[in-house]
Design a protein around this ligand. Structure first.
Ligand SMILES: [Zn+2]
Length: 177
């Protein structure tokens, strides 16, 4: 069902998830050294054979919507748990494993790097579910209590200034005048 967005004044259809394709630590490595020091896939990252990261999803309930909003983020893992995940990729029989959040979500004024999380492995082709420690951090509160649909679209706009619109519901401001 089309939703009239108060931020951009357009109608939106399905709420997209937002995914970050690498841990923030990737940017800390000098550009000319990245090929040598970093192994990055769509789901895992290793830096210097010493730091291990996996990609998962923070799901945030959206008030009045059946589907949650998904944030694709990265968390660190200790080597043993990382290797367990790689060996048992797509298994729901491992974990949950502790990790530090390694994605800075700029749509939150409070720093999100290094929040404590647990990764819950789901199998079925789904990335691990990342659950934040239940603190008073706004992101942790949002994961517990959910957000409005407008807040979810505001977050999407933060990452995608012009999300695709359904041409049938696009508002033509000129024609309405
Ligand atoms: Zn909008």
């Amino acid at each position: 069902m089309a939703y009239k967005c108060t931020t951009c004044d357009n109608f939106h259809e399905d709420l997209p998830d937002i995914g970050i394709d690498r841990p923030d630590q990737w940017w800390d490595v000098a550009e000319e050294e990245r090929d040598r020091r970093i192994e990055l896939t769509s789901d895992t990252c290793i830096i210097d054979d010493e730091f291990y990261f996996i990609r998962g999803v923070i799901e945030i309930p959206v008030h009045g919507e059946a589907e949650p909003f998904g944030f694709g983020v990265w968390v660190s893992q200790k080597r043993e748990n990382f290797e367990n995940y790689v060996v048992h990729f797509d298994s729901a029989e491992i974990g949950p494993f502790f990790g530090w959040l390694c994605t800075r979500l700029a749509c939150y004024a409070d720093e999100t790097m290094h929040l404590k999380t647990f990764a819950y492995f789901r199998g079925n082709g789904l990335r691990p579910l990342i659950k934040l420690e239940p603190t008073d951090h706004p992101l942790a509160i949002d994961q517990r209590e959910g957000i409005s649909l407008q807040r979810a679209w505001d977050i999407v706009h933060h990452y995608m200034p012009e999300p695709s619109q359904d041409p049938d519901t696009r508002v033509d401001h000129d024609a309405n005048q």
